[in-house]
Design a protein around this ligand. Structure first.
Ligand code: SF4
Length: 279
């Protein structure tokens, strides 16, 4: 049985960097290392970090004064930094540099008097964090229809940014419509290519193998998207860990492809590959 792994699978650069920074901090064996929100949406990975001493809290109010606080790769709004300073909390800032860049743009332009428009999902932690750099005043647009309920005033200046993981085609459609609504506007395409590259690699591999295994959380939307892409070409199995593998079904395949969602750590991918190779 041959196993082929997608060229891009699992953690993107930003998540890999964040998880390493968090792990390095835990390795220092200091007391009281807190994460503001789950580090990633992968329960096996979060458990591993919690066993090492990480304590996850949803709100900064629940983190005791003078402790360490990890800010995850999605980033947070400006107020969190101010509150941390007031509480003498040491920040381990793992915000992805691509997200940091958006924070800077939003802060700079809102200070210059621009209205901020974010193309993204208002409930996503990254967008909530971005909005926190313009006093939560951003106009947030998720779909092209959202623009029907918005009036852009010709007397105002606007600055547009995008959630890093949104679909490029949707972004282009939305900015095309916005450009027709007002003239004093700056567009910043802040989409990160990591998601697209991972999907292209999954599509490519699906064409070369007899079946695909997609590793990732059952509630992870980017994992689900990978499953749907692979299913267009071959039989596809969605699993969280090697324990979910249907070994009997796999035995009939000669070449198996493996990919993984953005929150799947390398060690879970490695476990699955070793397991299949030993079948
Ligand atoms: S911006 Fe890109 S690299 Fe950074 S965390 Fe998001 S998907 Fe990953």
């Amino acid at each position: 049985m041959n196993v082929k792994i997608a060229k891009e699978a699992g953690f993107c650069f930003g998540v890999k960097r964040a998880m390493k920074m968090a792990w390095d901090k835990l390795e220092q064996n200091e007391d009281g290392i807190y994460a503001l929100g789950p580090l990633i949406h992968n329960k096996q990975a979060v458990s591993k970090y919690e066993e090492k001493g990480l304590v996850t809290k949803e709100n900064i109010e629940d983190i005791p004064n003078s402790k360490n606080m990890i800010i995850r790769s999605h980033g947070v709004g400006e107020k969190v930094y101010i509150d941390a300073q007031k509480k003498d909390i040491t920040i381990v800032d793992t915000t992805c540099p691509f997200v940091k860049k958006i924070h800077k743009i939003v802060k700079e332009y809102s200070t210059k008097g621009y209205e901020i428009i974010v193309i993204g999902d208002s409930k996503h932690p990254e967008v909530i964090g971005i909005n926190g750099w313009c006093s939560n005043s951003a106009i947030i647009i998720k779909t092209i229809d959202d623009l029907d309920n918005i009036i852009l005033e010709s007397s105002k200046k606007y600055c547009v940014v995008a959630q890093t993981t949104i679909n490029s085609e949707l972004y282009l459609k939305i900015i095309d419509k916005i450009a027709k609504m007002t003239s004093d506007i700056i567009f910043n395409n802040t989409i990160c290519s990591a998601t697209k590259v991972r999907q292209q690699a999954a599509r490519q591999l699906s064409k070369e193998v007899d079946c695909m295994i997609v590793i990732g959380g059952t509630h992870s939307s980017n994992t689900q998207k990978l499953v749907n892409i692979c299913k267009e070409f071959v039989e596809t199995f969605a699993i969280e860990t090697k324990d979910d593998l249907d070994t009997e079904s796999l035995k009939k395949y000669e070449t198996i492809g493996v990919t993984a969602g953005a929150s799947t750590p390398d060690w879970i991918i490695g476990d699955v590959i070793t397991f299949i190779k030993n079948l």
